[in-house]
Design a protein around this ligand. Structure first.
Ligand code: G6P
Length: 369
């Protein structure tokens, strides 16, 4: 086992550091930069079928579900096709409005999650085409789906998912760009710019990993907190949910992720003197709104760590601590902003002396409904 960890103390840390490679492998063969195109040679869905799609359902559990929330933003922005996202155990029993023109995308690292498999079967029964995004190409979900996009993250051993999540985001970006190209819903110049930006993301993840020591210090400072809040708007809210889940899963600290604008409608009551808040602000057009939400929590005594790619003086002044991430296209920031959150969860769990790779009560793959 020590040899398999390649010198890392835990599988989770090793897998966090494998992300640049996992991202590169997942996009390999899909980006034709010279032609400014995305290709999906293995896809069975024909161009005609793709053009017919008028609605997309994304269905998954746990971390894969949170990847789906980012997937929705990406696909809707790029293609203007309406997207619904649901957890698999809910989808199945809510009589989903699925037709032959609906594409259902199931997302599963293992490809064996029982709830997700049941949702896949239900979607097929209702006449939908099913595309699976999975890390295991020989899995049951991969076999039963009409089409598969493989994430090439390599085996993920730690229960808390990291590299599979960012590889799932990459799969969504690639597929969204491909759909936009085939349906001609995107300006070719913008498409080419996005392809070039996406190609750089794996190297930018390496830059974020260089901040690991600062995040370790931060994590050691929050290990005795009762509760940690994550706030963000839009795509940052989706990432906040994943960051909060990571922290809960392995540190057992209570945590909530909230849409920053919704705080004042209830959750603000839980902010006390000294409460730790982690605020994501990666979208330039939302900085002003985030500043007012950060000011609201600070007025109640919260300490705030801000995560941003931008040099926005007022934002910097409003928070107590800052974590910088590299600049990419606004749509792609989740791959970069989630990495500090993974490291915070890891180092908090480590500081508490928990079994990081095998947290209590959780299994890597849940094969019962
Ligand atoms: C379990 C794991 C989670 C994972 C979820 C979905 O609950 O503990 O980390 O996100 O299953 O797994 P899947 O293999 O379908 O992505």
């Amino acid at each position: 086992e020590q040899a398999e960890k390649e010198g890392f103390q835990h599988y989770m840390l090793k897998e966090i550091y494998e992300q640049p490679r996992a991202l590169k492998s997942t996009m390999a063969g899909h980006l034709d930069e010279a032609a400014g195109k995305v290709t999906f040679p293995g896809l069975r869905l024909t161009a005609e079928e793709l053009k017919e799609i008028d609605k997309i359902f994304i269905v998954a559990c746990g971390t894969a579900y949170y990847a789906g929330l980012v997937g929705r933003y990406a696909i809707e922005r790029l293609t203007q096709i309406p997207v619904d996202v649901d957890v698999a155990s809910e989808f199945r029993y809510q009589r989903p409005l699925v037709t032959a023109k609906t594409l259902t995308i199931v997302v599963s690292q293992s490809g064996e999650t029982a709830d997700t498999l049941a949702a896949l079967r239900e979607a097929k029964r209702l006449g939908s085409k099913v595309l699976a995004i999975t890390n295991v190409v020989g899995s049951t979900i991969a076999r039963e789906a009409d089409d598969v996009i493989a994430t090439i993250a390599g085996p993920e051993i730690a229960v808390a998912s990291t590299k599979a999540y960012t590889a799932q985001l990459m799969a969504f970006y690639l597929f969204g760009l491909y759909l936009a190209q085939e349906k001609q819903t995107i300006d070719p110049q913008e498409h080419a710019t996005l392809i070039a930006a996406l190609k750089n993301v794996p190297e930018q993840v390496e830059k974020v990993l260089e901040n690991a020591d600062d995040l370790r210090t931060f994590a050691e400072g929050i290990k005795d907190e009762k509760s940690v809040f994550f706030i963000g708007r839009g795509i940052d809210f989706a990432v906040s949910l994943e960051g909060s889940l990571k922290l809960k899963e392995i540190s057992y600290i209570h945590s909530e992720a909230y849409a920053a604008g919704e705080l004042k409608h209830g959750t603000l009551a839980l902010i006390e003197e000294g409460t730790q808040v982690i605020a994501l602000s990666t979208q330039a057009e939302l900085h002003e709104k985030m500043i007012s939400n950060i000011t609201e929590v600070k007025a109640r005594g919260a300490k705030v760590l801000g995560i941003t790619p931008d040099s926005h003086i007022e934002l910097h002044r409003t928070v107590d601590e800052l974590c910088f991430i590299p600049t990419t296209a606004p749509l792609f920031t989740p791959i970069l902003s989630v990495v500090p959150l993974q490291l915070i969860a890891y180092y908090t769990s480590l500081a508490l002396g928990n079994d990081v790779d095998r947290p209590r009560n959780l299994a890597k793959s849940v094969t019962v409904e």
